[in-house]
Design a protein around this ligand. Structure first.
Ligand code: FES
Length: 130
């Protein structure tokens, strides 16, 4: 099959869809070529990703990759969440077609952008974490 069961599942029933109005960090990224946009919201508590939601205006793989990315980082320490790679996203989905790999890159970038925004808004937490 072209897409794995997991991709189809996360595309049909995406987890953690929505917005967090009082988010601690928000990251928005886009791909200029396909025009897809991904927005990731995080709530941080005790240096952990307490809650995460996403809004993706894009292809099915972009929805699936953002959905699984939220599952992969939820409850994780922020410094671990920020290291989420697009390969980890692809593996968790049991693979993606080659021309859809860039969708997983978007998910990685969205998580990083949300964490960066969090650090920008809470500069002290970064040093305190060391
Ligand atoms: Fe561009 Fe999927 S086609 S993010």
């Amino acid at each position: 099959m072209f897409y794995s069961e997991k991709v189809m599942d996360h595309f049909r029933n995406p987890r953690n869809v929505g917005e967090i109005p009082d988010a601690d960090g928000v990251g928005e990224v886009g791909n200029a070529k396909c025009g897809d946009i991904m927005r990731m919201y995080i709530k941080v508590k005790d240096n952990k990703i307490d809650d995460v939601k996403f809004m993706t205006f894009g292809c099915g793989s972009a929805i699936a990759t953002s959905s699984i990315a939220t599952e992969l980082i939820k409850g994780k320490p922020i410094d671990e969440a920020v290291k989420l790679s697009n390969q980890a996203v692809v593996e968790a989905l049991d693979g993606l077609p080659a021309h859809k790999i860039h969708c997983s890159v978007l998910a990685e970038e969205a998580v990083k952008a949300a964490v960066e925004d969090y650090y920008k808004k809470h500069p002290k937490t970064k040093t305190k974490n060391k």
